[in-house]
Every structure is written in structure tokens, then in C-alpha cells.
Design a protein around this ligand. Structure first.
Ligand code: GDP
Ligand code: IMO
Ligand code: MG
Length: 426
């Protein structure tokens, strides 16, 4: 029996999808615990590229129980579309379960996400959200007026709650933002139909997870987003609205934290970020463009170009502390081939000359910091064909060992290409 968690250590898109897929093969059950279809997890297997937004990447392994936990915000329209798409690859859903407590993203959430971003853009303060209604849906959850999967799958309850909430949301859309009211009857008709399709999958994920654990099986908790996007410990307000750290993932799955064995923290061999917000090691030169193009750094969910920069050991140490990371996974090392000199940020220097090795708690303090770099010899070798640690060129091994030393946590996997086979276990 083991319970393992996978989380992102940077600003997302670290290649969690591939790692989840690899660990799912050794797991009996997988739970997605927080966030919604702001996530885009990619798995490349047998020549097919799967892009998963809501469904755990474990769905690709027949027989793995795949669950959507209570802490998620689920857009039901997107969920059924994702299921239809996966069906076309022959994937079936007899092992899919959705917690009745998970909140649902409704059209007013996506509309309010769009309107509030447009409003903020007038004062140059957009967050650069994915526009998937995530923030407004979590806001309703905490305001205690959200609709949940249970409501969606019970037409009378759904109608009553959707009308009550929808009328208020329409007032907001029209009177505050000057937008166009949504047609509530049309929404109720469409979502009642979707609710019927999803009813067979509703089950208590926390209870199912307990059974998996008691039966001595292996459970994987799939984190979405990443530590620096955490609502409390990320670069607030340029964050998402959930807790992507390991404690938040346990919470969203309904699994007690003391049963967790390993926490896998996934980091790219460099850093990327989508959307607005600070990024101390960001590159604005041709090296940044080189990494973007070579690493295909364009959003899985939105297609937006990702900002690129050097590996920042300060943020990954921040992630190790917050998540209790036991194993580091360094993704996309192959992308760095062809760069003469690599840089790693080891700590930050403040304007008064003092040096800190931890991530500042607020943006005002972060703005006073500049990264201190250590330079490192680059490599030209194509490492995408390497399958073992021994096969990696010495310079690559040195780079990985340098990261391990700076972060103080064992690196147990290294990515050398997008395919599930292109991951070296150490
Ligand atoms: P996630 O959100 O953390 O699951 O990551 P994404 O799927 O959004 O982005 C990671 C991208 O990198 C995807 O296009 C993956 O197919 C790709 N990828 C994963 N691992 C590797 C790797 O080791 N090397 C390269 N070059 N690409 C990788
Ligand atoms: P995965 O799981 C990268 C970012 C958005 C934006 C901020 C808030 O694929 O790593 P939101 O729509 O959540 O309100 O947007 O968070 N963001 C992500 N960036 N990967 C993700 O997920 C992300 N999910 C949200 O770009 O800056
Ligand atoms: Mg992604």
C-alpha cells in the first residue's frame, strides 16, 4: 500500500501529466483534487498526444480507478466533451467517479471571469487567467452560494438553485459590468441534460479512497497548477484560486495527510510561467525565445506563449518546504541542449546588499530582489534517446546533481522528451 502525491513546484506546466501517467501505471487509483480545466496535462503514449483538462491522466490505464475529488471546480460541459474525445480513442469510463461535493463551473462564472479581467485590464492589473471561470466559481464556493455536482445531477434541486443564483449573477453582469444577461432557462435545459449523463459517475471519492487504502492498494493524488500559483503561498494576486500544494491536494481528495508516503515535486530544468505576475529569472532575449521554441512552450489549455527563464532554486526550495517533497522530477532537460552557458539562480540579493535564500512572502519584497546566478557549462548532445542515467552525458548528470544539491532533495526522475518512455528513473 502506498499513497503518493504529485505537485508542481513552479508556475505550472512542469510536465506533471507525463509523470502522473508514469506513476498511474503503478497505481490502482488516481484522484484529481483541486482546480478545474485551467489545468492542461499532456501525455504522449504510443504516438498519440492526449491533452487532459479535468479527467485524471490515469484514465489511459485500463482498470485504474479515476476520481474527481470534492475540491475540484468542474465545468460539466468541458467534462462531457473531454469524455467524448477520449471515447474516440477507445477509452471507457466504467472506472470514473465524481464527488457530489465538487463545485460546478457555470456560464456565469466564465462570463464573470472574462468581464473582471477586461475591467482589470483598464488599469493594467489583469491576472491573465485562463478564462475558465475558476476564480468566480471558487468565490461562490467560499461565499456558500455555489452549485455542486449533486445539484447538477438532481434536476429539481438544480433548477431551483440555478434560478436563484443565476438571477443574482445576471444582475451583477448587467448592472456592475454592463454586460448582457444570460438566458437562464437555456442554461437550465442544457445543464439538466448534462447532469443526466454524469449521474452514473457520482460517488463519494473520500469513502472510495479510504477503501483503496484499507485494501492495501496504491493511490495517487494528482495535483494541478503549482506551488507558486497557490492562493496563499504563490505570487498573490497573480495566482489561481485553489491550493495546489500537497496539503490542499489531500484536502480536495478527502484523504488524511498522515497516510501520504511520497510527495513528487515536478520542476522543469528551467522555468516557465503563463499569465501575468513576477518571474525573477525571466529571460527577454534570444535564449528565452530559443527555450520557448525548442520546448514548445505554448499553453496546453489556452495556446498562449509561455514566458521562459532560468531554473530558480529559490522557488523550488519554497516548494519543497511547503509540500514536504520527498522526490524531485526534473522535466524537459532535453530542451536545454544547444545553449552554451546555463544559469541557475541560487539565491536573491536585496537592494541593501543582503542575500536571502528563501522566497519573499509578498510581491513588494520580491520586487526588491534580483537573482544571483551560478553559471554552468551547457551541452549540445541530443539526449532524447537516453533511457538510463548512465547514458546521459556527464555534463547533464552534473547539472542535475547541482540542482539536487541546491534544493536538498533527491532527484528520482529526469525527462528527456515528451513520450512516456522518455523519462529516466534514477
Ligand atoms: P503539466 O501541466 O505539468 O502536465 O504540463 P503540460 O502538459 O502543460 O506541459 C508540458 C509539455 O511538455 C507537454 O507538451 C509535454 O508533452 C511536454 N513534455 C513533457 N515532458 C517532456 C520532456 O521531458 N521533454 C520535452 N521536450 N517535452 C516534455
Ligand atoms: P497545469 O495544471 C500554468 C495560471 C493562469 C493565470 C493564473 C490564474 O496545466 O500546470 P486561473 O484561470 O486559474 O484563475 O488563472 O494561473 N494557471 C496556470 N498556469 N499551468 C496551469 O495548470 C495553470 N492553471 C492556472 O495562467 O496566470
Ligand atoms: Mg499544463
Amino acid at each position: 500500500m502506498s499513497v503518493n502525491v504529485i505537485i508542481g513546484t513552479q508556475w505550472g506546466d512542469e510536465a506533471k501529466g507525463k509523470t502522473i501517467d508514469i506513476l498511474s501505471a503503478k497505481s490502482d487509483a488516481v484522484i484529481r483534487a483541486q482546480g478545474g480545466n485551467n489545468a492542461g496535462h499532456t501525455v504522449v503514449a504510443d504516438g498519440v498526444t492526449y491533452k487532459l483538462n479535468l479527467i485524471p491522466s490515469g484514465i489511459l490505464h485500463k482498470g485504474t480507478l479515476c476520481m474527481l475529488g470534492a475540491g475540484m471546480v468542474i465545468d460539466p460541459r468541458v467534462l462531457v466533451t473531454e469524455m467524448e474525445k477520449l471515447s474516440s480513442y477507445g477509452i471507457t469510463f466504467e472506472n470514473l467517479k465524481i464527488d457530489p461535493r465538487a463545485h460546478i463551473v457555470l456560464p456565469w462564472h466564465t462570463e464573470l471571469d472574462r468581464l473582471s479581467e477586461a475591467y482589470r485590464s483598464k488599469s493594467n492589473s489583469s491576472i491573465g487567467t485562463t478564462g475558465r471561470g475558476i476564480g468566480p466559481c471558487y468565490a461562490d464556493k467560499y461565499e456558500r452560494c455555489g452549485l455542486r455536482m449533486y445539484d447538477l445531477t438532481h434536476p429539481d434541486v438544480f433548477r431551483e438553485k440555478a434560478l436563484a443564483t443565476g438571477e443574482l449573477k445576471n444582475l451583477f453582469i448587467e448592472k456592475v459590468y454592463g454586460g448582457k444577461a444570460l438566458d437562464l432557462e437555456a442554461i437550465i435545459a442544457e445543464y439538466t441534460d448534462i447532469g443526466k449523463k454524469l449521474l452514473p459517475y457520482i460517488d463519494d471519492v473520500s469513502v472510495l479512497a479510504e477503501k483503496v487504502i484499507k485494501d492495501g492498494k496504491t493511490l495517487l493524488l494528482e495535483g494541478a497548477q503549482a506551488t507558486l500559483l497557490d492562493i496563499d503561498f504563490g505570487t498573490y494576486p497573480y495566482v489561481t484560486s485553489s491550493h495546489p500544494i500537497s496539503a490542499g491536494v489531500c484536502n480536495g481528495a478527502g484523504v488524511a495527510p498522515n497516510v501520504v508516503d511520497k510527495v513528487y515535486g515536478v520542476a522543469k530544468a528551467y522555468t516557465t510561467r503563463v499569465g501575468e505576475g513576477p518571474f525573477p529569472t525571466e529571460l527577454f532575449d534570444e535564449t528565452g525565445d530559443y527555450i520557448r521554441n525548442k520546448g514548445a512552450e505554448f499553453g496546453t489549455t489556452t495556446g498562449r506563449p509561455r514566458r521562459t527563464g532560468w531554473f530558480d532554486a529559490v522557488i523550488v526550495r519554497h516548494a519543497v518546504r511547503l509540500n514536504g517533497i520527498t522526490d524531485l522530477v526534473i522535466g524537459k532537460l532535453d530542451t536545454l541542449a544547444g545553449i552554451d552557458t546555463l544559469k541557475i539562480c541560487t539565491s536573491y540579493r536585496r537592494s541593501d546588499g543582503s542575500i536571502i535564500d528563501y522566497f519573499p512572502s509578498v510581491l513588494e519584497e520580491l520586487a526588491d530582489c534580483t537573482p544571483i546566478y551560478e553559471e554552468f557549462c551547457g551541452f549540445d548532445d541530443d539526449i532524447t534517446g537516453c533511457r538510463t542515467w548512465e547514458e546521459l552525458p556527464q555534463v547533464c548528470k552534473d547539472y542535475i546533481m547541482k540542482l539536487q544539491g541546491l534544493i536538498g532533495t533527491k532527484v528520482s526522475m529526469v525527462g528527456v522528451g515528451p513520450d512516456r518512455l522518455q523519462q529516466i528513473e534514477i
